[in-house]
Design a protein around this ligand. Structure first.
Ligand SMILES: [Zn+2]
Ligand SMILES: [Zn+2]
Length: 126
């Protein structure tokens, strides 16, 4: 499905220098500025990541929970999760990248498996 940016975004694009000025665009990730083509919310991805860690490194699960909270900030929703209907502020790619980078710090092998499992660039979640 090709849900590109809807034309709902207002014509007055306030391109102020503050990052907050650019957050009102629909279906555009708040972090990477790319279209959210695969709307899965961080909450659902956290569930999937938890499942992944259960198989690979269960001791990291509490840390994953803590890490996932960094996306729990007040931002405008840009899309709706196709899985749970929750608001989406950042795209799955940004969430997975954040988790992958975190894993790379201490567990590069697990990080590589995570990237393979959660490669939202190549694998579509139909
Ligand atoms: Zn993004
Ligand atoms: Zn969800």
């Amino acid at each position: 499905m090709a849900v590109e940016q809807d034309r709902l975004s207002s014509p007055q694009e306030n391109r102020l220098s503050s990052p907050q000025a650019n957050i009102k665009r629909f279906s555009i990730c708040q972090v990477c500025d790319e279209g959210v083509t695969n709307p899965i919310c961080p909450g659902c991805l956290e569930q999937e990541s938890t499942q992944f860690l259960l198989d690979h490194k269960p001791t990291l699960i509490p840390l994953l929970r803590a890490r996932s909270k960094i996306f729990n900030v007040p931002m405008d929703a840009v899309s709706i999760c196709v899985s749970c209907g929750d608001a989406i502020k950042v795209c799955p790619h940004c969430y997975c990248k954040e988790i992958a980078l975190w894993l790379y710090e201490d567990h590069p092998n697990i990080a590589r498996q995570f990237v393979t499992t959660f490669n939202y660039e190549l694998k579509s979640v139909a």
